[in-house]
Design a protein around this ligand. Structure first.
Ligand code: AMP
Length: 598
């Protein structure tokens, strides 16, 4: 066991008695990580012993690790599709979990173009709540005085649907914000938000953002931390301020609410909060009309001590922009979680983004780790993978996370690759390396290579009547614009120059690509406004050959060279951009409705 509790320091002096209890809990869980894991597995297997799933694998009521590991297969979402579908269609028997499935959480990971449906049970809310309750006690160790002001957090609910069998299907955060755990949370001086619940719970993203921003402006001197779940969300809020400061300052000046906010309960709530403040209105106008947005966060909210946003994984691309708007304020990545399960927290949240490590909390689920070898062809029935337990992972090695949850996921591959950086007591700490198979991501969307290929194929059908084809393509997530957008570089073979595709046709190609993307992408475009219109940049003939020459000049093997389907290395971007002959943007929104296609 890779444990040396002598080298891991205990967490520092707590800010208050409530914090002391939480910190003791973290210490206890991480000190006894292995025995906690053993108990968690035994609890899950005992609780679910009569489920169809565990009976199928003849566990016969066993709840020990050896039986579990020898009898249950390691699976992916696709393996569980039939069971998930039956639950969605209304089968209430104990298929995966002995407890009734209370709802589905819709993951931002997709399967066949639709969000994955993760079954959950009521008691999971308590487990998530428990993890949330640990975040501020840890933060208070590093940042004193957070009880002397408020947090400006941009939090949103997203649309929800019902499955054919009547179960709710919605994102995990929507489920949490709508729960009594959140709505009727007891007052905690360390966790006071500027946004009222009515603003967070308003389903219209404009009205929600508008009123959250208004409250944040009104309380500007009290704001001690500014945040959103992901970095992309905070940047969208800043962009919103830059686009809407005129109306916002008008409302502040007069103490009345813009007519665009129509939600009655939100209007009523804001009526009690808004007060005319001409001086603040003047200040907002002066600051927001400045040509440069540099430092806008600290100019408007001068007492901000840190930004609370995830900037690890795909979100790292936003660090320079956040630094620009905030004058380099610390960026705290506090937790690592998913629809399937909440995993753990960052015990050193004020560290640099590149040094962020998450400590998996052993009480959340049973965790196993599949050694990740990027060069291996995968595993087969004859050579099953050897999974490693939580306390047995080795520093420096990479693993794919595999979970067994109380809600009934058994040895389920999450798809995240993690690298072990150290231990806190006997619990390992992980650097989030990446999610497998993600080529492009702007917000919570994740587009893989196959989806991009299909989108290019669908769009290029529109070129046939022009005797034109796409000979090569690559892509890039452009996050210099807010919201960011996908850029697809196309090299075309135009056989008849007199009849080459027009700008209009290429715009339609952009839209056709967007229509082919998965539902999370389309929702980002249509409902959340978190992704901008897709852009095609046509490059001149021979560009992709130059790209190959460049790669070979840098040591790539000529026989093994493959066109990268996504690029972000500056010299390559510069080469591509210097060869662009025309650019085209999607002229309309793709189709999206909350209902699933299947
Ligand atoms: P979802 O299923 O939509 O809730 O997305 C969960 C996924 O988001 C995880 O499996 C990770 O890939 C990613 N994620 C969640 N938290 C973090 C984090 N702190 N840093 C990087 N990626 C994260």
């Amino acid at each position: 066991m890779a444990v040396d509790s002598a080298i891991s320091s205990p967490l520092g002096p707590p800010a208050c008695e409530k914090d002391a209890k939480s910190l003791r809990f973290i210490e206890e869980m991480t000190r006894n990580a292995d025995s906690v894991q053993e108990r968690v597995l035994s609890d899950i297997l005992t609780q679910n012993s009569q489920t169809e799933y565990l009976r199928r694998f003849k566990l016969n009521g066993a709840s020990d690790r050896d039986s579990f590991k020898s009898k249950l297969p390691v699976i992916t979402y696709e393996d569980l599709q039939p069971e998930i579908q039956r639950i969605a269609n209304g089968d209430r028997s104990a298929i995966l979990s002995a407890h009734p499935i209370s709802e589905f959480l819709t993951s931002s990971g997709t399967s066949a173009g639709e969000r994955k449906l993760m079954p959950t049970i009521k008691e999971e809310l308590d487990r998530r709540q428990l993890l949330y309750s640990l975040l501020m006690p840890v933060m208070n160790l590093y940042v004193p005085g957070l009880d002397k002001g408020k947090g400006l957090y941009f939090l949103f609910v997203k649309s929800e649907t019902r499955t054919p069998g009547g179960l709710l299907a919605r994102p995990v955060l929507t489920s949490y914000y709508k729960s009594e755990h959140f709505k009727t949370r007891p007052y905690d001086p360390y966790n006071v938000y500027t946004s009222p619940n009515e603003a967070i719970l308003c389903p219209d993203s404009f009205q929600s953002m508008y009123t959250q921003m208004l409250c944040g402006l009104q309380d500007r001197h009290q704001v001690l931390r500014v945040g959103a779940v992901f970095a992309s969300g905070l940047l969208r809020a800043i962009r919103f301020l830059q686009l809407n400061w005129r109306q916002l300052s008008q409302d502040i000046e007069t103490g009345t609410l813009n007519q665009k906010v129509t939600d009655p309960s939100l209007r009523e709530c804001m009526g009690k909060i808004l007060k005319p403040d001409p001086e603040l209105a003047r200040f907002v106008r002066r600051e927001c009309s400045k040509e440069s947005g540099e430092g806008i966060i600290t100019r408007i909210w001068p007492n901000t001590k840190y930004l609370d946003v995830i900037v690890t994984g795909a979100m790292a691309q936003y660090i320079p922009t956040l630094d620009y708007y905030s004058g380099g304020l610390p960026k705290a990545c506090t937790m690592y979680a998913s629809s399937e399960c909440y995993f753990g927290l960052n015990l050193n949240p004020m560290c640099k983004p590149s040094e962020v490590s998450y400590t998996i909390m052993p009480n959340m689920a049973y965790f196993e780790f599949l050694p990740h070898d990027p060069n291996s062809a995968g595993f087969t029935r004859d050579s099953p993978p050897k999974l490693v337990d939580l306390v047995d992972v080795e520093i420096g090695k990479e693993y794919e996370l595999v979970i067994t949850t109380y809600a009934g996921l058994c040895r389920y591959r999450v798809g995240d690759i993690l690298r072990v950086t150290g231990f806190h007591n006997s619990a390992p700490q992980f650097h989030f390396v990446r999610r497998k198979n993600v080529l492009l991501s702007i917000d919570s969307d994740k587009t893989d290579e196959a989806e991009l290929q299909k989108a290019v194929e669908n769009a290029s059908r529109l070129l046939r009547e022009f005797n034109t084809s796409v000979v090569e393509y690559t892509s890039y997530a452009d996050t210099k614009t807010i919201p960011g957008h996908y850029v697809i570089y196309w090299e075309l073979l135009v056989k008849d120059a007199a009849n080459s595709p027009t700008d209009d046709v290429l715009k339609q190609c952009c839209l056709a690509m967007e229509e082919s993307m998965n539902s999370v992408y389309r929702q980002g475009r249509v409902a959340d406004n978190s992704i901008g219109p897709l852009e095609i940049r046509v490059v001149r003939n021979g560009t992709f050959e130059e790209l190959m020459d460049y790669a070979i000049s840098r040591g790539a093997s000529i026989n093994q060279y493959k066109v990268p389907r996504c690029v972000n290395f500056t010299p390559i971007m510069e080469l591509l951009d210097s060869r662009v002959v025309s650019t085209h943007f999607s002229p309309a929104l793709p189709h999206w409705t909350p209902e699933r296609r299947r």
